[in-house]
Design a protein around this ligand. Structure first.
Ligand code: ACO
Length: 319
């Protein structure tokens, strides 16, 4: 069958790394509290000149290099973000221009922390539907710019960054995206949202979250969608070589893996160094595990995420 084959991954982080001790000097928190509750030890924070589109462009360049392709090969850019450079045009078209691509399909998708899974699913459908041959799928965020730095219950949890993958439509028996599953339930909007926007307050707004409720829903929804996507790919949890989860909280990741009987050694964890980078977290973690040699050609990898909306989703990828 015609499938979306994974050719390469790349990522980008802001220059400035901020550890928990540095945060504790600004807000009423401690390294111990943050590590014990979340597993986070540091995050990267965008500085002047670093934006969602600039980080996305760097990640995209590296992904194309890893894939052995050039910008001229790209027919589709899908960029997942909740923190675009501007309300419009899309950050995807900024990346397109930065890469020097004169014409291709280019747009943003918005599903907050599940954005990368939504973007992968849209790109996979469009590639198999014949809209393009090669796609850049990007997750990029600068959540530091929508955080309330006076609110210790949220500002310690997030970071900035970008990750990108290259997919190409190919006839193949055993490689590529084998299954995807997406969900959304808008009833829970007030548990995780930004209190501003162009059509309401005409401000960008700040992130608000009921952490404990989000935690409870995350474990249930993620375990459900993981079971669902693994079955849709005609696999069992034993067939899964690696899980690359959304990096919100080490305890959510542990609890989800335990529910499915997946050993912790097969779960990629980067929340300690990146914190929660929303739509960027899955491709950032994938890049780490590909670069350090854990994820290799032939491996079966499950990607999963849950975020504001609520939205949640998962994908099975044979590398
Ligand atoms: N430093 C020190 N103390 C803090 C901090 C902090 N940074 N933040 C909160 N506290 C205090 C609270 O005030 C509270 O004190 P109190 O008992 O005197 O009222 C105490 O710590 C416990 O607070 P809880 O919120 O109950 O702590 P909990 O164990 O639930 O952990 C956390 C909070 C880490 C936010 C957890 O609920 C969580 O991870 N939830 C999921 C959130 C998440 O992952 N969201 C993102 C998923 S979707 C997406 O990525 C967009």
């Amino acid at each position: 069958p015609l499938r979306s084959v994974f050719l390469g991954v790349g990522s980008a982080l802001p220059a400035r790394r901020v550890d928990n001790a540095e945060l504790a000097a600004q807000v009423d928190t401690t390294d111990e509290w943050i590590v014990e509750r979340t597993g986070i030890r540091s995050r990267y924070i965008a500085g002047e000149g670093e934006t969602t589109a600039s980080l996305a462009t760097e990640a995209a360049r590296k992904a194309l290099e890893a894939a052995g392709l050039t910008p001229a090969d790209v027919g589709l850019i899908v960029l997942a973000t909740a923190t675009p450079d501007n309300t419009f045009p899309s950050s995807a078209t900024k990346v397109q221009h930065n890469l020097g691509i004169l014409d291709c399909i280019s747009f943003d998708v918005h599903a907050v922390c599940t954005g990368f899974l939504y973007a992968v699913t849209v790109a996979d459908s469009m590639l198999r539907g014949g809209n393009a041959k090669v796609a850049l799928v990007i997750g990029a965020e600068t959540f530091s710019r929508i955080l309330d730095w006076e609110d210790r219950t949220t500002c310690v949890l997030f970071g900035d960054g970008a990750g990108a993958i290259v997919l190409r439509a190919e006839e193949t028996e055993d490689r590529g995206i084998l299954a995807t599953k997406l969900h959304a339930d808008g009833r829970f909007a007030d548990m995780l949202y930004v209190d501003g926007g162009p059509s309401t307050t005409q401000t960008v707004g700040k992130l608000r979250m009921k952490g404990r409720e989000v935690f409870r829903h995350a474990v249930v929804n993620l375990a459900d969608v993981l079971g669902e996507v693994i079955a849709a790919a005609n696999l069992t949890p034993d067939d899964v070589d690696w899980v690359v989860p959304h990096q919100a909280n080490a305890r959510i990741i542990d609890a989800t893996a335990r529910k499915l009987g997946l050993p912790a050694e097969r779960v990629v964890l980067t929340v300690d160094r990146h914190a929660n980078t929303s739509a960027a977290s899955v491709p950032l973690a994938l890049d780490v595990a590909v670069k350090d040699g854990r994820i290799k050609r032939g491996d079966t990898v499950v990607l999963e995420a849950m975020g504001g909306g609520f939205t949640w989703g998962a994908a099975v990828l044979c590398v």
